[in-house]
Design a binder for this molecule. Structure first.
Ligand code: PLP
Length: 283
């Protein structure tokens, strides 16, 4: 596997980071994950915009424009140009002696990136989720690598045989550990509004656009736990999952316990957009 580190493409085994890297010591870094198919990215502009917002929020001086050529070369170097692949990139505040406040002016950020084939799609019959207290920091809109709360919640989900842990704070089901949350309550499609409690998912935005085009009523309003359990349909949205039905939460059936029609239609719509872009039919 060939990876990218600070301007060089090299075998993963030869990519070494300083033990004083602030990403390692302080989780002082942001990351991004972009889906590629046949060498073409899905909604790259939105990912780069989010990366720019994240870098600005945590005051790292780096230009997200490094990403497109690095991603293309990683796909080529790893023989993934024809495949469905994910490109991961991380930017940290660089390596410097350990003091909490920023390192000396001019310390270069550390930029690391790799590409890998997407995992097989999860079972079509939908997945189970569990509710877990949301113990994350107050800026969940920043795609920070400080993911310990997500890691612990995600492990709880795995141990419960669930596909995702839904994070709950103040009686609100905000989002998953690595996905946004949607619920169709009554005749309205609901998802939490943008703000510090959720990551503004690229798939979330695409899902809202697709749902509007299908004529759905949409409300970007927090979903209470009660509303979640009374929903006809619940689904997750993320780069890796597209839209994916949740058929059971904490052992309680959602709707009729089968994947809802909307999640399936939205997934088809998003995938059609992706394949259209690959075929050069859309931007
Ligand atoms: N919410 C969280 C906490 C995430 O980590 C992710 C993706 O990693 C998402 C939502 C979905 O974002 P996207 O659709 O951009 O992949």
């Amino acid at each position: 596997m060939i990876v990218y580190l600070n301007g060089r493409f090299l075998p993963r085994e030869e990519a070494h980071l300083s033990p004083e890297d602030r990403g390692f010591l302080f989780a002082d870094a942001i990351y991004e994950v972009v889906r590629y198919g046949g060498g073409h990215p899905y909604r790259l502009g939105e990912h780069l915009e989010r990366m720019r917002d994240g870098l600005t929020a945590i005051r790292i001086a780096a230009d997200p424009q490094f990403f497109p050529p690095v991603a293309s070369r990683l796909l080529a170097e790893n023989g993934l140009e024809k495949d469905d692949a994910l490109v991961y990139a991380q930017v940290s505040r660089g390596a410097a002696p350990r003091y909490h406040a920023f390192p000396p002016e001019g310390t270069p950020p550390t930029i690391f990136a790799f590409a890998r084939r997407t995992d097989p799609a999860p079972p079509a019959e939908g997945g189970r989720a569990i509710l877990v207290p949301d113990e994350r920091w107050g800026r969940c809109d920043v795609k920070s690598v400080m993911l310990l709360a997500n890691v612990l919640a995600s492990q709880k989900a795995r141990e419960a045989g669930a596909i995702e842990a839904v994070l709950v704070r103040d009686g609100i089901a905000w989002e998953g550990t690595k996905s946004n949350l949607f619920a169709r309550v009554g005749r309205v499609l609901r998802t939490a509004p943008r703000g510090p409690r959720i990551l503004p998912g690229v798939t979330r935005a695409a899902t809202l656009e697709a749902a509007a085009a299908l004529g759905e009523s949409i409300e970007e309003r927090p979903i209470s736990i009660e509303e979640l359990f009374s929903a006809d349909e619940v689904f997750l949205a993320s780069t890796t999952l597209w839209t994916y039905p949740v058929v059971e939460i904490d052992g309680r059936r959602i709707g009729d316990g089968r994947p809802g029609p909307l999640a399936t239609r939205l997934k088809e719509t998003l995938q059609a957009e992706f394949h259209g872009a690959r075929a050069g039919l859309a931007t």
